[in-house]
Design a protein around this ligand. Structure first.
Ligand code: NAP
Length: 299
């Protein structure tokens, strides 16, 4: 049995489908079972729990051989935060896995480091450290930014005006990877004991600036108009004002400012040499229209 925390999310949904397709029993952890309806229909078991509540994890991990953490608290419903979900929530999951002897695969981020200016990257790193010291048998998967998330963000901001909104200058090269490629590597981490004790890095084939991604989105939609920008000054104001009342907004504004200047490019070559079977989906394929009932499109 595999317990998939974050199974209702963008990556988790693709991963759950892959695992059940290989006849593996999957249980998804969610705060709201209504969000897992599409997975229950595929034969996935659904457990209700919140990674911030250690007691709620005890029944969820019962009988699990491997626990996968694909949760994130950077954004989303329920007043989440990187400190409460990516750090403390992961600690709770690791401790719950330890109590039952389960192994654990942790989704982390490329660039996770104790001294990163990005809060999320520091919290992921702290969770990695706890896992390494826990005695649990582990694999860590560090991924770059998900293409599908940013394509959705930019496309949604273009919905009315036909012009995507880039937060900041948008001229820093960023590595984007498709969730389908990440799901393939996480599935390998779940099923291959040889990956225990290893940090697997995954990036996509392209380093693109947000401006370049916005132009690609415009071209795929048959539009030629240039993207709009929220200038850095407005982001700083947003972080200082709106961010005090709505922490998530402040976090997003601070992250946008950092994404303009910290190193987020990645050379995907090494991981691809180690795992030549993992796909390397280019942005053009991520931009191709998806079937109407696609869960990826719906998110
Ligand atoms: N998105 C990226 O660009 C990116 C890049 C690198 C790494 N990652 C990592 O990849 C993983 C998947 O990311 P994603 O973008 O696919 O996530 P997502 O679509 O935003 O989904 C987030 C998931 O986290 C779960 N979650 C959040 N707070 C929770 C809580 N308190 N208790 C239990 N579950 C909670 C949600 O479950 P419910 O709402 O159903 O409770 C949901 O399934 C994350 O670990 C993320 O940090 C993401």
């Amino acid at each position: 049995m595999i317990l998939l925390a974050g199974g209702t999310g963008r990556l988790g949904t693709v991963l759950a489908t892959r695992l059940t397709g290989h006849d593996l029993a999957v249980r998804v952890l969610t705060r709201d079972p209504a969000r897992a309806g599409h997975l229950a229909a595929q034969g996935v078991e659904v457990a209700t729990g919140d990674v911030r509540n250690r007691a709620s994890l005890t029944p969820a991990v019962e009988g699990a051989d491997v626990v996968v953490s694909a949760v994130q608290g950077f954004t989303g419903p329920g007043r989440v935060s990187p400190a409460t979900v990516d750090y403390q929530g992961n600690i709770n999951l690791i401790d719950a896995a330890k109590a039952t002897g389960a192994q654990l695969v942790l989704m982390s981020v490329a660039g996770a480091a104790a001294d990163s200016p990005m809060e999320l990257f520091r919290m992921k790193h702290a969770a990695e450290e706890h896992l390494g010291a826990s005695g649990v048998r582990w694999t860590i998967v560090r991924a770059t930014a998900f293409f599908e998330l940013w394509i959705d963000v930019l496309s949604q901001t273009a919905a009315r005006s036909g012009r995507p909104v880039v937060f900041g200058r948008g001229d820093n090269p960023i590595n984007f990877v498709s969730v389908t490629d990440v799901a393939a590597l996480v599935e390998h981490a779940v099923t291959a004991p040889a990956t225990r004790g290893r940090v697997l890095q995954i990036g996509g084939p392209e380093n693109l600036t947000f401006n370049q991604l916005a132009v690609a989105i415009q071209a795929a939609a048959g539009r030629t108009t240039a993207p709009r920008h929220v200038p850095p000054l407005a982001l700083r104001l947003m972080a200082q004002t709106a961010g005090r009342i709505k922490p998530e907004l402040g976090r997003q504004a601070r992250a946008a400012l950092l994404m303009d200047r910290i190193r987020l490019s990645h050379d995907a070559g090494n991981a691809r040499q180690t795992y030549p079977d993992i796909p390397l989906t280019p942005v053009g394929m991520c931009l191709a229209p998806k079937p109407k009932n696609s869960r990826l499109q719906a998110q």
